[in-house]
Write a protein that binds this ligand. Structure first.
Ligand SMILES: Cc1cc2nc3c(=O)[nH]c(=O)nc-3n(C[C@H](O)[C@H](O)[C@H](O)COP(=O)(O)O)c2cc1C
Length: 317
């Protein structure tokens, strides 16, 4: 998610789940081909498995950007066919590509030839006045014909005229049954559902009908939910990761990044919701946001905030 799931956020989320696949923010081909690659694509080995999401629609550029991403060690290359912002539409990529399945397929074929890691698509069910069944199945079938096996479907349309990107994440109605039907009628494909999934109970319910669930805002605002993902969704043994353990695991990362001169605010931002719903959550947030922005603030701010929240409770397994 743009401006949210940066490398620090992903490193933090990785302390909570070893198994969930993490995604970068969308990075455009133009940025990759002309920009500062360390800044745009740098990530820490702890983030694996991590997918690079590309934005673009020029097959040759996408292939080159994908190759660069795969060379840097990304585990999957994903194409964004869902972003509705104006900026993206004028560049002819994101959700408006739902209208151009042949171009998306050509792009995916080029990416698939350029890399050995999986090349996947994240799409909407349609845009504007498209019939979602026709647009979703049309896009998926065109891409499957060139070898794409995995589709992440944000189960609502994007309305490209008149809605802000934020509204486009909430207002067009969700159509989960259409995504279930895609899986039922294309059983060989891996279908991952996305959109409005509030937590793991809902994720488990979806998993009876599809192969995977992508959590966006819920994972960002309430990252503690990720602490139960490995056990509940992947059947891993062992206790869930509680917030205190997540902080312990994140500490070495923070210290290493501070030593390289990375400022604290970017690293504490993804932690703000960690104690969501627990006693002390507001104090935790307040200490991190107030003390964390002071010049020279270091990892001790996190310790201060931790001391202020309720003591660790041992949770039943
Ligand atoms: C701040 C923000 C930035 C986003 N950026 C991206 C992005 O770069 N690429 C993408 O595929 N989706 C992006 N999304 C959409 C989410 O991936 C997801 O599809 C959407 O929020 C619906 O899922 P959710 O209800 O679980 O959040 C973004 C969402 C938010 C809130």
């Amino acid at each position: 998610m743009m401006d949210w799931t940066d490398r620090h956020c992903r490193a933090f989320h990785r302390t909570l789940t070893r198994r969930a696949l993490l995604y970068t923010e969308m990075v455009t081909t133009g940025a990759i081909l002309h920009g500062d690659l360390d800044h745009l694509l740098g990530f820490d080995a702890c983030e694996h498995p991590v997918a690079l999401q590309l934005g673009g629609s020029e097959p040759r550029d996408l292939a080159e950007a994908a190759r660069i991403g795969a060379d840097r060690g990304y585990d999957e290359i994903n194409l964004n066919v869902g972003c509705p912002s104006d900026r993206v539409q004028s560049g002819r990529f994101g959700a408006c590509l739902m209208r151009e399945p042949a171009l998306v397929a050509e792009s995916m074929a080029a990416i698939g030839e350029a890399v050995r890691v999986p090349a996947t698509v994240k799409c909407r069910i349609g845009v504007d006045d498209q019939d979602p069944e026709t647009s979703l199945f049309g896009l998926v079938d065109a891409c499957a014909a060139v070898g794409v096996r995995t589709f992440i479907v944000h189960a609502r349309k994007a309305w490209l005229k008149g809605l802000s990107p934020k509204e486009n994440r909430d207002l067009p109605p969700l159509d989960y049954p259409l995504v279930y039907r895609l899986k039922a009628e294309r059983p060989d494909l891996t279908v991952i559902i996305n959109g409005g999934v509030p937590g793991l109970d809902a994720a488990e319910a979806h998993l009876a009908r599809v192969d995977g669930v992508m959590l966006g805002r819920a994972a960002y605002h309430d990252p503690g939910v990720l602490g139960a993902v490995d056990r509940r969704l992947f059947g891993a043994a062992g206790p869930d990761v509680d917030p205190w353990t997540a902080v312990e695991r994140y500490r070495p990362y923070v210290l290493a990044q501070r030593a390289r001169g990375v400022g604290l605010p970017a690293m504490i931002r993804p932690m703000l919701g960690l104690f969501h719903g627990r006693p002390g959550a507001r104090t935790w947030r307040r200490i991190l946001t107030v003390e964390g922005v002071r010049p020279g603030a270091g990892a001790e701010v996190i310790e201060n905030a931790l001391r202020a929240v309720s003591p660790r409770v041992v949770e039943p397994v």
